[in-house]
Design a protein around this ligand. Structure first.
Ligand code: ZN
Length: 181
């Protein structure tokens, strides 16, 4: 049997998998990372939050702006409950404002879903963490055929967070969602 690719001691049924206890650590780290991201946004005092995250990755300002000023990117961010992040970025906010004035359907739909999901959350009396648990979002994206890298790109803006996406997927499975082949 292959070994867990994290602790390299426990046996796992398939190559490249984590053992149960490593999945637990991975999930705990994922939640920790999410909390840190929220704290980062709360503590952020600049006016180009999304852009800065790309600058940190080494992109030029022009390249970063090209990404955050893309209405599709902004629509995705809103849908994933990141409206606050968009509003913390002057470049993205300017495009959002323009899209709203032009009544762009993609953005209006994203906002409608955002508000609707918040309402559902309120009714269910869940903690104010996001429109829906991220593991549900990750699971649904996985179901639609995206790779963990693509999911990480859509949710966290960074494909390098694919392990985080994989951890959320695993959390969904551990809560009874059927595994996707
Ligand atoms: Zn392990």
């Amino acid at each position: 049997m292959p070994l867990c690719c994290r602790c390299h001691t426990a046996q796992v049924p398939t190559e490249g998998d984590f053992c149960a206890s490593c999945w637990e650590s991975q999930i705990a780290e994922a939640m920790d990372q999410e909390e840190k991201e929220r704290a980062t946004l709360r503590a952020y005092t600049g006016d180009q939050y999304l852009t800065d995250s790309w600058l940190e990755d080494g992109l030029s300002l022009d390249a970063a702006r090209e990404i955050v000023e893309d209405p599709t990117y902004i629509g995705n961010a809103i849908e994933f409950g990141l409206l606050e992040s968009v509003l913390a970025d002057k470049f993205a906010t300017a495009v959002l404002r323009r899209c709203l004035l032009d009544r762009k359907p993609r953005i209006l739909d994203a906002l409608a879903r955002y508000v609707h999901l918040k309402k559902i959350r309120k009714k269910a009396g869940r903690k104010p963490k996001g429109p829906e648990p991220i593991y549900v979002t990750v699971y649904n994206l996985r179901k639609s055929g995206l790779t963990f890298g693509q999911i990480a790109q859509r949710i966290y803006r960074k494909p390098s967070k694919r392990n985080l996406a994989a951890a959320h997927y695993q959390r969904a499975i551990s809560r009874g969602f059927p595994p996707i082949e």
